[in-house]
Ligand binder design. Structure first.
Ligand code: ADP
Ligand code: MG
Length: 491
């Protein structure tokens, strides 16, 4: 069982939680913490009662400088370091109580401000100095206008229950508040739904936010814990993208969904030819062959399954870290069903959807039906910086780990493949890799493939090494050796 400590939460924050009997993170917390603790912007969607407050509260508190450390860090004394905006007085008070709890041992001063209460005590507290301000939009604006609330040192901004703020007509106030904080801040936005106005807000004020949606797997069939990425991609570049993805830091098993049997076969052949242990799974294969493939996939001998929807029905394999939609699914049900192949049973995963130009309209329908924030997927190539960054793919990685066979006269690739020991430059350290790592930790826990220093990942008994460690070793060898060709050769 992953603990808060495992996710990198400071002992001074774990301690007060433990005193309340809180030791094990809820799903949304497990998914967001290690990412948010790095300072990454994120959008969290999860239902009421799922534990969103600690999901943002812990990073906010941990990343605030405790007065104890003020002597060492040059910061103006007593100016708010973090701002949490909540729609109502009740919610502000609830959030504040939880923030106060986890701030206790760090000695951070938390102030709650809301309308309908006297200004004096709030002003007095602000003048004495506070570290974290929790409040409702109207009163926050008031205090800022009176120049008693200085938001120019805020490094973390949280918009809690953003959709409710929209419903209550607070969005203009919220925007105003956002603009009073430094652009370099971390922004965390939590919302149960993602109406257009909230997406627009996120788009204007957040930097490459990571989207995390957590559902309780107990009572829905949908996406228990899946981080979703949607890219507008080019058909000819997709195999290369997947080839690179297959070398990202924290992957385990991968399922690629294809539209047709033919496509499944073609993509699997292409990946195999690139050197990846891939196999198709489709209805033209005989039952026995399909079962063999599934067994190999379970055992980790086949790392990538390229499947059609029909053939993939009922796949329930632990340790699927990534689902790739090679083509846009036909409707939202299919989408949810496909990405539900990863992150099962509370374990988390990554879903990557590649949208062709021609499928853009279809994707927008799915996006709308599911209230997702990817209405306009970013145009993405296998060499795109953001793709490598999002996926945690080391820089310089090629989508091929085996020399092209001679009947495919491509660019001379991999001429320096096998240059073992040559350290590859890494893509910038990133939220998603962080996330997949920690969340990978959980997946790994299920499949029994502990990764190096990640103390979080403990193999579950019974499912020992066969599923995870073998492919992992393969990957290592692969990533230290092959694919180190000159960065110029791509795209
Ligand atoms: P949300 O904001 O998603 O509606 P809250 O953050 O208010 O949910 O959390 C709901 C309740 O669950 C709170 O009483 C909180 O103290 C409790 N809680 C949150 N995280 C945990 C956890 N990891 N373990 C046990 N209880 C938790
Ligand atoms: Mg809440």
């Amino acid at each position: 069982m992953t603990t808060f400590k495992d996710l990198g939460v400071h002992p001074e924050i774990c301690a007060p939680l433990e005193r309340k009997g809180i030791t094990t993170p809820f799903a949304i917390q497990e998914m967001t913490l290690s990412v948010a603790l790095q300072g990454t912007d994120l959008i969290g969607q999860a239902r009421t009662g799922s534990g969103k407050t600690l999901a943002f509260g812990i990073p906010v508190v941990q990343r605030s400088v405790s007065p104890k450390d003020r002597d060492y860090i040059d910061l103006p004394q007593g100016k708010p370091q973090a701002l949490i905006v909540a729609p109502t007085r009740e919610l502000a008070m609830q959030v504040s109580a939880e923030i106060s709890l986890i701030s206790e041992d760090r000695g951070l001063r938390v102030l709650t401000v809301y309308g309908g209460a006297g200004y004096e005590p709030q002003i007095e507290a602000l003048e004495k100095g506070v570290d974290i301000v929790v409040g409702t939009p109207g009163r926050l604006i008031d205090l800022a206008n009176r120049k008693v609330l200085d938001l120019s040192h805020v490094h973390a901004l949280v918009l809690d229950e953003a959709d409710e703020m929209l419903d209550l007509g607070f969005l203009p106030d919220v925007e105003k508040l956002v603009t009073l904080t430094p652009e370099t801040r971390q922004t965390l936005l939590f919302s149960a739904t993602m109406p257009g106005a909230i997406v627009a807000l996120a788009r204007s004020y957040m930097r490459h936010p990571m989207n995390i949606r957590a559902e309780s797997s107990a009572d829905t069939q949908t996406v228990p814990a899946t981080a979703q990425f949607v890219y507008q991609a080019h058909d000819l570049d997709k195999p290369e993208m997947i080839g690179r993805l297959l070398q990202c830091e924290d992957h385990d098993k991968v399922v690629v969904f294809a539209r047709t049997k033919r496509q499944a076969q073609r993509v699997a052949d292409d990946l195999a030819e690139r050197g990846f242990p891939a196999s198709p799974l489709h209805g033209d294969m005989q039952q026995a062959a399909r079962e063999r493939v599934m067994q190999k996939f379970r055992d980790g001998k086949v790392e990538v399954l390229v499947a059609t929807d029909v053939a993939a029905r009922g796949i329930d394999v632990t340790g699927v870290s990534h689902v790739v939609n090679y083509t846009t699914p036909d409707d939202e049900k299919t989408y949810v069903h496909r990405i539900g192949r990863t992150g099962r049973a509370g374990a988390s995963g990554v879903a990557v959807t590649l949208v062709d130009w021609a499928d853009l309209h279809k994707w927008k329908m799915i996006n709308k039906a599911l209230d997702l924030p990817f209405d306009d997927p970013q145009e993405t190539y296998s060499s795109s910086e953001h793709f490598l960054h999002d996926m945690g793919i080391p820089k310089g990685t090629k989508g091929r780990i085996k020399k092209a066979v001679s009947d495919r006269p491509e660019k001379p690739k991999d001429k320096d493949a096998g240059a073992d020991g040559e350290k590859r430059e890494r893509a910038p350290r990133n939220r998603n890799r962080q996330r997949t790592r920690s969340r990978g930790g959980q997946v790994i826990e299920k499949s029994g493939a502990p990764e190096g220093a990640e103390a979080a990942a403990k193999p579950a008994e019974g499912e020992a090494s066969s599923e995870g460690s073998a492919p992992r070793r393969r990957r290592r060898r692969r990533s230290s050796g092959a694919g180190d060709s000159a960065p110029k050769a791509d795209a």
